[in-house]
Design a protein around this ligand. Structure first.
Ligand code: C5P
Length: 237
């Protein structure tokens, strides 16, 4: 497995366990990390995480926890028991929620003698526009709200954020070079944009400071998913 495979996360945005298992089996030598999101987890539960592990892949559990601190801490504890590599929480849950999530990840990992998962925060969902923030009483410009939430996440001990490549530079400036940036919206040259509006190529994403790239449809919908993944891995190397 190449080092590029450690930077690429395949978004397992599929409906069934069988489809997810097919992609994991087919791509496990090219891609090291598989994102399990709300749809697939609600459909399949922990079984899909075990399957990724059976094929020696790592799991990015993208359930975007956002609740009272104790509830999030207990959910994180369960995610640690499932041995996920990385998971998401919402920075909008606030400082205490993020701190408890981090503390819970460390203490439960210690109990299991395992490394704690990387916790990354979602700042402002990219589906929200300035006027949507205004409607809920947030008058800060979106970019400032993103930076502020990223700094808050860092202060809470969170290891990074999910952000577009366009936001990566600003976030690195605010939070330092070690802060992890997970970027979706990646499109290799000459592939369909699907519903993504602002996209960058894998190479551009890395250049702007992306640590991990989340890629779904350019691989899932390709006529030859393995070839598509290999081409992206080559570009990243
Ligand atoms: O198919 P595509 O490569 O566009 O998939 C990108 C993945 O990243 C999807 O799972 C999508 O939900 C996720 N994502 C995103 N934009 C965000 C946050 C997450 O596209 N701002």
């Amino acid at each position: 497995m190449s080092s590029a495979s450690e930077n690429i996360i395949l978004a397992l945005d599929v409906e069934t366990f069988e489809e997810a298992e097919y992609f994991v089996k087919t791509l496990r030598n090219t891609i090291g990390i598989f994102k399990v999101g709300k749809q697939l987890f609600t459909r399949c539960g922990p079984k899909i995480i075990e399957t990724v592990h059976d094929h020696k892949g790592k799991v990015f559990l993208d359930l975007k926890y956002h609740d009272i601190p104790n509830t999030v801490a207990r959910a994180v504890e369960e995610a640690v028991k499932l041995k996920v590599f990385m998971l998401t929480i919402h920075a909008m849950g606030g400082m205490e929620m993020m701190q408890e999530a981090v503390a819970s990840s460390i203490s439960s990992a210690r109990t299991m003698s395992a490394p704690p998962p990387l916790i990354v925060a979602v700042t402002i969902l990219t589906s929200l526009r300035q006027e949507d923030l205004g409607a809920i009483g947030i008058d800060l410009p979106i970019e400032e709200a993103v930076s502020r939430l990223a700094v808050l996440a860092k202060q809470a001990g969170v290891k990074g954020v999910v952000a577009s490549a366009q936001e990566a530079k600003r976030i690195k400036a605010a939070c330092g070079n070690d802060f992890i940036i997970v970027t979706p919206g990646i499109r290799p040259q000459d592939t369909s944009l699907d519903d993504q509006k602002r996209v960058v190529t894998p190479k551009e994403a890395l250049r702007s400071g992306s640590t991990f790239m989340v890629i779904g449809r350019p691989i899932l919908k390709a006529s030859d998913p393995l070839k598509a993944a290999q081409e992206i891995a080559r570009e990243v190397e």
